[in-house]
Design a protein around this ligand. Structure first.
Ligand SMILES: [Zn+2]
Ligand SMILES: [Zn+2]
Length: 253
């Protein structure tokens, strides 16, 4: 399995792209950085996009992606997400006002994208991968994903505050190679983390006590500019599994 980190920042700035992972060139997890990170040819190679939740930093390149692939695909690209998330995309993004409705362009029978509703803890098999969405605790309905290829597995929690089920599943996955989880705000902004259902380094430390696996835990979603404050706080957790996830990284198992 090849995992490319297209973007892993909790905000956008020069050299800092928003959340996006690409697995085996075929499956995108979240769409915060498909278009600035990939060539058009690479974008055309994406057959499935699994969205964790509706927040803008996880979906914002979908419109430009659909425009780039238009006319280049034989089958619609499938956009997989919770029904609540798809509803937001339909009503607020691909609504002909913010962006044309590519789920009926060029025609309803032969569209550019197709929405596919997902259910937590059902397994979806695409591109030789098995993806399992797992509900996490965020301001809007949100899922993390367990991604497996029969030999190796990694877990992406997406944006979440304190949660339990995804850690239970991580503990029950024998071939788990990697966990990607978040820390969004410094400890001093615990009130903001609570209000927006994110983690601070201190809260992450509590969460990681639920993960009983000796695997690398890579941290994403730091707010740009907060890194100097947050790095010592992440270090202070004293968990040797932790390091920051980095943009443009390729992990191969
Ligand atoms: Zn979010
Ligand atoms: Zn986010």
């Amino acid at each position: 399995m090849e995992l490319r980190i297209l973007g892993c920042s909790g905000g956008e700035a020069e050299g800092e792209r928003l959340t996006g992972l690409l697995v085996n060139g075929c499956v995108a997890l979240d769409a915060g950085s498909i278009t600035p990170a990939l060539t058009v040819a690479e974008q055309i190679g994406i057959r499935h996009v699994f969205i964790s939740h509706s927040h803008l930093d996880h979906i914002c390149t979908l419109p430009f992606f659909t425009k780039n692939i238009f006319g280049h695909t034989r089958e619609p690209v499938e956009i997989h997400a919770l029904p609540e998330t798809l509803d937001v995309l339909r009503r607020h993004l691909f609504n002909d006002e913010l962006w044309p409705d590519f789920s009926v362009i060029p025609s309803p029978n032969d569209p550019t994208i197709r929405y596919t509703g997902i259910e937590p803890e059902q397994v979806y098999e695409v591109c030789g991968l098995r993806l399992t969405p797992i509900r996490v605790n965020h301001l809007v309905p949100c899922v993390g994903y367990l991604v497996e290829d029969g030999r190796d597995a990694f877990l992406f929690t997406s944006d979440t505050a304190e949660t339990d089920r995804i850690w239970e599943i991580a503990n029950a996955t024998p071939n788990l190679r990697l966990v990607i989880t978040e820390a969004s705000f410094p400890n001093e902004q615990a009130w903001l983390a609570e209000a927006s259902r994110h983690l601070t380094p201190a809260k992450l430390g509590v969460e990681l006590k639920k993960l009983h696996r000796d695997v690398p835990v890579r941290i994403y979603h730091l707010t740009p500019g907060d890194r100097p404050v947050m790095l010592p706080q992440l270090h202070a957790i004293g968990d040797s599994r932790i390091s920051l996830l980095t943009q443009d990284e390729r992990l191969v198992w």
